[in-house]
Design a protein around this ligand. Structure first.
Ligand SMILES: C[S@@+](CC[C@H](N)C(=O)[O-])C[C@H]1O[C@@H](n2cnc3c(N)ncnc32)[C@H](O)[C@@H]1O
Length: 214
């Protein structure tokens, strides 16, 4: 598990230009926000929320849902909190410092009930203990609620040179496509834990996964 210090080191300066620079290569995030199945009154959690870019969009798109975000980096959370305040969304977006692997809706957010939906946007690819993060997400969702994932895939539908350059670049940020993660979700589906649906974003640049709990 990466420490808060390690994550702060990574984002101490980049957090100021994060949203601007990531706009061009964290593809599929808006599609995930649009496609999440939400009902009025739902509580939605982003795990690894970074600068709260997604939560702010979601809060604006869906004034009828309550948003929650957690992140391990206190530097990212400071930027997120400032943006949320600046946009007057403090009552709609609750942010907490927490490891994805240690999520507990009661202890982390003071909620008596689990979440109605959760999502990981380009966070699982930088969490080595991703299976614990998935377990924690499942444990903190209501029955028949879903978690969603958008993250780098294998770029199989794109030119080889592009794939090689992208993957070398991502290595610099300790970001990795993890085929075993999708295998794990398929296995959970086969065991009846939930139902997986998987879609490609831009020639398998990224994937969009929905895992609905049984
Ligand atoms: C690539 S950023 C993505 C931020 C945001 N989800 C987005 O789409 O713009 C990944 C985020 O995951 C956070 N993160 C990494 N490991 C984590 C962990 N174990 N628990 C919680 N957050 C984590 C990082 O601090 C960072 O803010």
């Amino acid at each position: 598990m990466a420490t808060t210090e390690e994550m702060n080191e990574m984002y101490r300066w980049t957090r100021y230009v994060y949203d601007l620079t990531r706009k061009y290569y964290l593809l599929g995030r808006d599609r995930l926000l649009r496609e999440m199945e939400l009902r009025p009154g739902d509580r939605v959690l982003e795990i690894g929320c970074g600068t709260a870019r997604n939560l702010i969009r979601l809060a604006r798109q869906r004034p009828d849902v309550q948003c929650y975000g957690l992140d391990v980096s206190t530097e990212m959370l400071a930027t997120a909190a400032a943006k949320v305040k600046n946009r007057g969304l403090e009552s709609r977006i609750v942010l907490r410092h927490c490891f994805a692997e240690q999520l507990d809706h009661k202890a982390t957010f003071g909620l008596d009930e689990p979440f109605d939906a959760a999502f990981f946007s380009y966070s699982l690819s930088m969490i080595p203990t991703w299976s614990q993060a998935l377990d924690a997400a499942l444990a903190n969702l209501k029955p028949r609620a879903a978690f969603y994932v958008v993250d780098f895939w294998d770029q199989a539908g794109l030119p080889r040179w592009f794939r090689v350059i992208l993957q070398r670049w991502l290595d610099l940020f300790h970001v990795h496509h993890r085929p075993e993660l999708l295998d794990h979700l398929r296995e959970l589906d086969a065991r009846g834990v939930g139902k997986l649906t998987l879609e490609s974003v831009a020639g398998r640049y990224a994937y969009l996964a929905t895992f609905r709990k049984s």
